[in-house]
Unconditional design. Structure first.
Length: 299
């Protein structure tokens, strides 16, 4: 199918050919020429209108992006970076590896003959839904308890005292829900012994509310499989028996493994640092994304 502009350009030539083929029908040919000229006007007008509307829409989008950027910049100016970030980086043996534009952040260090790498991602905070079904079921029980307590107080008190008690309970509920709905950040901890052992330990854990919670402890014969740096490694990892869930291990074994991690710097300080850094990193990447999209729209 011809485009509007192609059709408009070809119409006069078609009319000219029609007049040559039928020289005796000049009045009709003139009528056709007039009609073709009429067809050209709305086509050009429609094209101009679409260009104008696109420019208008692009301008509105650019202005909105600029507004969002300004909000982020104002928030950044009014908020100070959490002290936990500076404290951890100044006092920890871990080296931070943060590539702009990438979701995954790494912490790396040497511990004797071991190489330790901890990976975590801002995707955990961007994809986290504090009002997911599982959390909603838990919150429902909390709300019911609070409502019952509130009703009891309201029945025993009158006027402003009852309203004050209800407001106090609502504030307590909001604080409890805010604390419980903090996003857990997943940690992938890989411990290798380059040159001494070909395999590696891979510990899956979460950092939340100042605690490190170990979920699983895996062992892989090939350290590359533990790192999962390629699709081939991911496939090999899926085929390997990793070991039992950490919670099913003997209690003493669990305690000793947690001590093993603490000796290597995987402590409460790290558990506080990771969520705070993820929050800062996410805001930084969002601002970067807004700037990139705006620059593309304005180009």
């Amino acid at each position: 199918m011809l485009s509007v502009r192609t059709f408009a350009r070809s119409a006069p030539r078609a009319v000219a050919r029609l007049s040559l083929l039928r020289p005796a029908a000049r009045p009709s040919s003139a009528f056709v020429k007039t009609s073709s000229a009429a067809m050209l006007r709305p086509a050009r007008a429609g094209f101009s209108t679409s260009v104008f509307r696109r420019a208008e829409a692009d301008g509105e989008l650019s202005a909105k992006l600029e507004s969002e950027l300004q909000i982020e910049e104002d928030m950044k100016a009014s908020e100070q970076e959490p002290a936990s970030i500076k404290d951890f980086l100044n006092n920890s043996a871990f080296k931070l590896v943060d590539t702009p534009g990438q979701e995954v952040v790494k912490l790396e260090r040497s511990f004797g003959d071991e190489k330790i790498t901890i990976s975590f991602s801002i995707a955990d905070i961007t994809n986290y839904d504090p009002y997911a079904e599982d959390n909603a079921m838990e919150d429902e029980g909390i709300e019911d308890d609070v409502l019952e307590s509130g009703n009891a107080q309201r029945n025993g008190q009158a006027g402003s005292r009852g309203r004050a008690a209800e407001e106090e309970l609502d504030e307590e509920l909001d604080e409890d829900m805010e604390e419980e709905n903090a996003a857990p950040i997943n940690l992938s901890i890989v411990v290798e012994k380059p040159g001494k052992a070909p395999g590696a330990l891979n510990i899956d854990a979460t950092a939340q509310d100042g605690n490190i919670v170990v979920e699983n402890l895996f062992y892989y014969d090939d350290a590359k499989v533990a790192r999962v740096e390629s699709p081939e490694a991911a496939q090999k990892r899926a085929d390997v028996y990793p070991g039992p869930p950490f919670g099913s291990l003997d209690d003493d074994l669990q305690v000793l493994m947690e001590r093993f991690l603490e000796e290597r710097g995987i402590t409460q300080a790290l558990a506080v640092f990771v969520p705070d850094y993820v929050d800062v990193k996410e805001q930084r990447e969002y601002t970067r994304w807004l700037s990139n999209v705006k620059a593309f729209i304005d180009a």
